[in-house]
Design a protein around this ligand. Structure first.
Ligand code: PLZ
Length: 439
């Protein structure tokens, strides 16, 4: 197979004939509950390009929702998985363990913030790992309650649906939801105007009066919220919350599913504020597209769970573990944390120029290669979801994969793979800007 050419190309109308035919088959056989953002079907992906089945090549500003951080089909990942698939595909770690699972846990102990002995448990999806973090926190503290935040996204399983804030499409009609989940106000600088310590006091006051520290097992928070709108809390919010948790015997759980693994220019987003979480949840970028997730924490916390209390048939599957080890090697050997910071500089500059010229962009924010623009009605500051959708769709039609997010759907997020070139990144942003101009 020749290398995938790193340039945008529109050979057919979108969708092309092959994609259109596959979409007809999808409609006939795939549950409509599973939606798709783009009307085209993927054939190959690498670097900063996704090629569809009609030979169109798209600039990838989404990384399959922050998963292919090292690139899709990154060479070390491909080679590691190829070798592993020849050796064995599965034995079940709970039956006949294998080294790569242990090696991933060793790497997580080294890479997550905080010193001392740490242990990990591996799972398949982000939701599954979040659920397990709650199980571990309950086991360790002997308490039931869990606090999450406005705009939070933690998954689609029963417990994590309860933890996710937004009803449509994630929760509508799917209740009843798990109990003992409480919601506190998030720091949202653009909209609440509070500094970090003040936003933390507001949240803590609600937690103390409506939940009670003595009932609370864990505070679970995304250090930069993902689906909820790439909301970066004000400086000092996370440290103040973490300090309150420490003082009250409550575990501070960082859901780094979207923000972790190099995405924000540090291995984990909490590092930017010097916060050490009791439990860190990893997924998405950890294994370059293979399904893998992890909960990592201090030994005394992880050891509270009774033997056999955690697991699952596929958790820490050998192919996924081989991929994760190759991802870590790639981030470290290729200087990808630095690359994420370069991407931040390039993209923020462009987005801020756009914002200065167009008051419909109410805010530009994010870190590393996790960046966003929030669209508003300039007169009222009200969210403008229609504009975000129109700009994203215009980008799709020009051959750029962009994703929206946000409680009100009015945010366009930029999550390029760190393997993208500056040229493709700039071209992608030019095309987004051109789409904005037309609307
Ligand atoms: N925690 C912070 O971002 C997944 C979900 C897309 P899973 N985000 C993308 C969708 O519409 O389903 C996510 C996340 C954070 C947990 C999760 C859940 O991870 O691997 O999708 O289960």
């Amino acid at each position: 197979m020749p290398e995938l050419e790193q340039s945008r190309l529109l050979r057919t109308e979108l969708p092309g004939p092959r994609s259109a035919e596959l979409m007809r088959r999808k409609q006939a056989f795939v549950s409509p509950g599973v939606g798709t953002t783009m009307p085209v079907f993927a054939a190959r992906a690498a670097g900063g390009i996704v090629e569809d089945v009609d030979g169109n090549r798209f600039i990838d500003l989404g990384s399959g929702i922050a998963v292919t951080t090292v690139g899709s089909s990154a060479p070390r990942v491909v080679e590691a998985v190829r070798q592993q698939v020849e050796d064995f595909t599965h034995t079940c770690f709970m039956i006949t363990p294998y080294e790569s699972y242990v090696a991933v846990a060793e790497a997580l102990a080294r890479l997550t913030p905080g010193d001392g002995e740490k242990r990990s448990a591996l799972f398949n999806s982000g939701s599954e790992a979040v659920e397990n973090a709650v199980k571990i926190a309950r086991s360790y503290t002997g308490r039931d309650a869990v606090v999450v935040f406005d705009h939070a996204y933690h998954g689609r399983t029963n417990l994590t649906m309860a933890m996710t804030a937004k009803v449509a499409p994630y929760k509508h009609g799917f209740g009843p939801f798990a109990g003992e989940v409480y919601r506190a106000p998030m720091s949202y600088p653009m909209r609440d105007g509070l500094d970090g310590p003040a936003a933390a006091r507001r949240a803590i006051s609600i937690i103390e009066t409506q939940v009670g520290a003595g009932n609370l097992a864990a505070v679970v928070i995304e250090p930069i919220q993902g689906e909820g709108g790439f909301i970066v809390p004000a400086d000092g919010f996370l440290p103040a919350l973490a300090a309150w948790c420490a003082a009250n015997g409550v575990l501070f759980v960082a859901d780094e599913v979207q923000s972790g693994f190099g995405r924000t220019g540090t291995m984990f987003a909490i590092e930017a504020e010097g916060v050490i979480a009791d439990l860190v949840v990893s997924a998405k970028g950890i294994a370059g597209g293979l399904p893998l997730s992890a909960v990592t924490g201090r030994a005394e916390i992880m050891d509270a769970v009774h033997p056999g209390g955690l697991g699952g048939t596929y958790g820490g599957n050998p192919l996924a573990c081989a991929a994760a080890l190759a991802v870590i090697e790639t981030i470290e050997a290729d200087g990808l944390l630095e690359r994420a910071r370069q991407i931040e500089t390039l993209v923020l500059k462009r987005l801020n120029e756009l914002k200065d010229a167009d008051p419909r962009i109410g805010d530009v924010r994010g870190r590393g290669a996790m960046l966003a623009a929030e669209f508003v009605d300039p007169a009222t500051g009200e969210p403008d979801a229609a504009l975000a959708k129109a700009v994203a769709t215009a980008a799709h039609q020009r051959g750029v994969i962009t994703l929206t997010c946000g409680t009100w759907g009015n945010v366009i997020r930029f999550l390029p793979p760190l393997s993208i070139s500056d040229e493709l990144l700039s071209e992608g942003l030019d095309l987004v800007a051109a789409g904005l101009k037309e609307h």
